[in-house]
Design a protein around this ligand. Sequence first.
Ligand SMILES: [Zn+2]
Length: 79
Amino acid sequence: MRKAQAAWLTSTIWLRYSVSADGVYCVSWYLFGERDPRCKALTKSAVSDWSNAKTFIDKHGDSEYHTQQSFVAQNLIVV
Ligand SMILES: [Zn+2]
């Protein structure tokens, strides 16, 4: 894994690397089944296009669906 990729994993708490897919996923989607019909990257398919990954990560992180699921995940941990 390149240095930039490792930095994404430490700075983006909801991002997880899959060895089998050799790509990254959104952990909220993995655990809670986020359903964003506009954003399949990071959810239904891992992102392994490292030259464009930052764009996918930023877009997904700013999406309404991801924000809602992150809120649910944080509240689950509080309970
Ligand atoms: Zn997400």
